[in-house]
Ligand binder design. Structure first.
Ligand code: SD4
Length: 322
């Protein structure tokens, strides 16, 4: 409850326009009625949102905005959870997962992709240039090369290499929550006309088993968008998100009348109920509905997200279950 109150306070502080929006009896139906609106996971969402908003200002579509936005993160050398500079699997190989989706149901994704700098753009090509939704591994890499994406040298970034060498001392396979306070980037957006799109891109869980794929490239788990209802994206321990079809669940709950905030809270409640060790894991969700209302909720404190509009771009702490 404390966190929820804090969230509402910060959301209110974040937007003067929000004051004209509706707040229901429970205080949950926050209607910023700011469109376009872009939400991105974690603090790296701030520069990603900047790019997304600039893309819209330059006349790009909401799909262009969510693709260009997360490409900023894919290139961020300080980020150890997205892009080729991300932490490797336990064999020392960095493999990438990404998905992209439009509100009309078109979507594309890549999983277990190596040596390609922008998996999100390959995911978009899967959506636009193939009859398929998802390509994985060597097939995804071959497709990327055929589409003209340069093949990068397979070597760890200096930061990832140092972290991997340290991890190898003990080689303990244990998910770490909230490492560096940023992780996978999931971005969802709505444009001025109410069209929605989303993107999600990650190097996945650090020191995962070779071949492991998380929620981020799985449509309905890490990302789901439906112009008739809303959009949702996820971050955190992918296995727990896949098990509840997290993002699809949130959109379906909104379809049944829940606010984005209520839907995110219900998804976390289910995820916690289905997890044996909920106290040790982190997962967080973001949602928007077609009216531009938003929601955020996580298992643990520490999850934050960036809310970007034409007026502002702010980091907001998410409320949490624990
Ligand atoms: C995954 N959801 O691969 C991603 C990574 C992440 O916190 O968000 N980790 O499971």
């Amino acid at each position: 409850m404390h966190h929820r109150r804090k969230f509402i306070k910060q959301s209110l502080a974040g937007s003067a326009l929000l004051l004209t929006g509706s707040v229901d009896a429970t205080g949950l139906r926050l209607a910023p009625q700011e469109k376009p609106l872009i939400l991105s996971t974690w603090n790296h969402g701030i520069p990603a949102n900047e790019t997304a908003i600039q893309t819209l200002r330059a006349g790009g579509s909401i799909l262009d905005a969510v693709e260009q936005g997360v490409k900023t993160t894919e290139l961020d050398m300080d980020n150890l959870t997205v892009g080729l500079q991300g932490l490797p699997d336990r064999e020392g190989i960095t493999t990438l997962d990404a998905s992209i989706m439009k509100g009309n149901g078109e979507c594309g994704s890549v999983a277990f992709l190596r040596q390609i700098k922008h998996p999100i753009s390959v995911a978009r090509k899967v959506m636009e240039e193939t009859p398929h939704v998802m390509l994985a591994g060597e097939g995804a890499r071959q497709f990327a090369i055929a589409q003209g994406f340069p093949l990068e040298k397979e070597e760890l970034s200096p930061k990832a290499k140092a972290a991997y060498e340290e991890w190898k001392q003990k080689s303990q396979y244990k998910p770490i929550i909230n490492i560096e306070n940023h992780d996978t980037i999931g971005m969802i957006g709505i444009d001025a006309e109410g069209k929605m799109a989303g993107s999600c891109t990650t190097s996945g869980l650090a020191y995962k088993m070779h071949g492991r794929v998380g929620d981020s490239p799985i449509i309905g788990a890490g990302l789901f968008v439906d112009d008739e209802v809303g959009a949702a994206t996820a971050t955190g321990l992918g296995e727990t998100i896949i098990r509840i079809c997290g993002s699809f669940l949130i959109v379906e709950l909104m379809r049944q009348g829940r606010s984005p905030q209520e839907a995110c809270e219900e998804a976390v409640r289910r995820l916690v109920a289905k997890s044996k060790n909920a106290k040790d894991i982190q997962a967080g969700f973001l949602a928007i509905n077609k009216d531009g209302e938003m929601g955020a909720f996580a298992v643990q404190p520490g999850f934050n997200f960036a809310k970007g509009s034409l007026q502002s771009n702010k980091l907001i702490d998410s409320p949490s279950h624990f």
